[in-house]
Design a protein around this ligand. Structure first.
Ligand code: PEP
Ligand code: MG
Length: 554
């Protein structure tokens, strides 16, 4: 038996036989040109898009948004025309599709960042179109005949979003990072997952593995004793989690609200039924990822009202459109940029396209007026106090009382004393904050170590933001993925963070962690973490000093 290490992105334990995700169909060598190539190529891409669209009906919003965005790629005229041009020049239809797909992938990869990440999605679209034009079944997850752990180079969003949860016990991928689509979807679906496991290539159908989605460890051919030990820990964890409920608070009663990150109406319905205190991040751009034109006030009002409905008496923090970079919207686009993550995205785009923000604020205001939910509205990617003041004014002019800002640019965190004076609340986006503090693209799995929110420098920037909020007597939450890490939650509480927003499946463990420590203990853990030299040392120091009952179930 041996243990190999990847990145744990969706917690839980999975033990079972491996099923590998099949390799895609290759175009036949020397494939002959076809007289009807144009119509076959068009039909193949349309079949792929229709298939992806049809799958959106049975999945949650986050998955549906990703599937729709992939369907849009399959309808991209330049991709289809590129394939037709190759076929007209004499290639066989499958070879033409493959050639055009590769050409576009290279262009995406050269653009880097978000586009490089979408290259995987594009490859999946190409592979499906090749299979379709050859009259073969779509590539991807084979028909499953029992419980298994899926192993893939990378899972296409279309595969992850439609997995059969009753059979797929766990997921392992060779590539990917904490914020890749596989990671986000697996966490949303509650399937234990480990990504960026180099040894995945050596796993074959029938190998038995134990996957720990919390630690990122994968045990190959584990002994019965190991499985029993891990299972015991898992049982202990289940029992511990069942022992707490209700609002988040430290052992001595300091409130730290436990909130959900959601991407649309379906997520809201699911989260609304759970034991949590509201929504800390509604990513509104997720609703419109596949929209070709800007949604009207009426369309938006209806969606927002449906999102607020399950949260009567609870808080819902809405983020205005965070378009651009990793979340491009067809209707909120100022053209190609050299560095989209550093370009006109988030609030900067809202400033350039003011009608878009006005329409959204009007719709939010109408929906908020009709709901019993406590609606707060925040802007993404705010850099300084002037931007915060501008946004707050716009929000108030629309009759919304609680404007806030996301703190995800280090400049805003460092000057939080002034930024927070302009608004009612702040929410730290630690995903982007880590990206910008460490100058490391969050879409690049190879940079996972730099992007670790335990980086002491990132903790210093978070501490600065928290201090700025305290000086102004304003609440400051965290809504990046780090809020769902129970040890990090203790550190954040110790820094004065007042709410934590996360994938709903993370809430029970974070609630339990808080309940086992006083605020003073959290403050000490925060001090230990910030005193460390490396992210690994920081986490280790907190793990060693935290309550042993918590450590025993991590
Ligand atoms: C963040 O950056 O941490 C965040 C919560 O926003 P997103 O992941 O949507 O950029
Ligand atoms: Mg962000």
């Amino acid at each position: 038996m041996s243990i190999v290490q990847g990145i744990g992105v969706s917690s839980g334990l999975a033990f079972g036989p491996v099923v590998t995700v099949g390799k895609p169909v290759q175009p036949p060598q020397d494939e002959a040109a076809a007289a009807d190539a144009e119509s076959r190529i068009r039909d193949a891409f349309e079949a792929v898009a229709t298939d992806l669209d049809s799958r959106t009906a049975h999945v949650d919003d986050t998955a549906a948004a990703i599937l729709s965005a992939t369907a849009m790629l399959a309808r991209d005229p330049s991709l289809i025309d590129g394939a037709i041009a190759r076929a007209t020049a004499g290639s066989g239809p499958a070879t033409a599709i493959d050639g055009a797909t590769r050409e576009f992938m290279e262009q995406f990869a050269a653009l880097g960042g978000y586009f490089a990440e979408r290259a995987t999605d594009l490859r999946d679209v190409g592979d499906r179109a090749i299979a379709s034009v050859l009259g073969q079944p779509a590539p991807g997850v084979p028909p499953l005949t029992g419980e298994c752990v899926l192993v893939a180079h990378d899972l296409a969003p279309a595969d992850t979003a439609t997995l059969d949860r009753s059979q797929v016990l766990g997921i392992i991928t060779e590539v990917g990072g904490r914020t890749s689509h596989t990671a986000i979807l697996a966490a949303q679906m509650g399937i234990p997952a480990v990504v960026k496991l180099a040894e995945a290539v050596n796993l074959s159908d029938g190998d038995v593995v134990l996957v720990d989605g919390e630690t990122g460890e994968v045990h190959l051919d584990p002994s019965e004793k190991t499985v029993a030990k891990r299972r015991k820990r898992d049982k202990r964890r289940t029992d511990a989690l069942a022992s707490t409920s209700g609002p988040g608070r430290t052992q001595d009663g300091k409130q730290v609200k436990l909130l959900a990150n959601i991407g649309g109406v379906e997520d809201a319905r699911e989260a609304g039924a759970l034991d949590l205190e509201g929504v800390g991040l509604f990513r509104t751009e997720f609703v419109f990822l596949s929209a070709a034109s800007a949604p009207t006030v009426e369309e938006q009002t209806k969606i927002y009202a449906d999102v607020f409905a399950p949260f009567e008496g609870r808080r819902v923090v809405v983020r205005t459109l965070d378009a651009g970079a990793d979340k491009p919207l067809a209707f909120a686009n100022l053209g190609a940029e050299e560095n989209p993550a550093l370009g006109r995205r988030g609030l900067r785009l809202s400033a350039e396209l003011p009608d878009l923000l006005d329409t959204q604020l009007e719709a939010l205001s109408r929906a908020a007026a009709d709901t019993g939910a406590d609606v707060w509205v925040m802007a993404p990617m705010v850099a300084d106090a002037q931007e915060a003041a501008w946004f707050a004014r716009r929000v108030r002019e629309n009759g919304l009382r609680t404007p806030g800002v996301m703190i995800e640019i280090p400049a805003a965190a460092l000057r939080a004393e002034h930024v927070m004076a302009e608004v009612e609340f702040g929410s730290l986006g630690t995903n982007d904050l880590a990206q910008y503090t460490m100058a490391a693209d969050r879409m690049q799995g190879e940079l996972a170590e730099l992007l670790d929110p335990w980086q002491p420098a990132v903790l210093d920037v978070v501490a600065s933001a928290a201090r700025g909020a305290v000086i102004n007597g304003r609440p400051m939450g965290v809504c990046g993925e780090s809020a769902g890490d129970p040890l990090m939650a203790l550190v954040l509480a110790g820094l004065g963070i007042t709410s934590l927003s996360m994938a709903p499946s993370r809430v029970p463990l974070v609630r339990y962690a808080l309940s086992r420590h006083t605020f003073a203990q959290c403050a000490r853990l925060a001090h230990l973490a910030r005193s460390a030299r490396t992210p690994v040392d920081a986490r280790q120091a907190v793990l060693e000093a935290c309550d042993p009952d918590l450590a025993a179930i991590l």
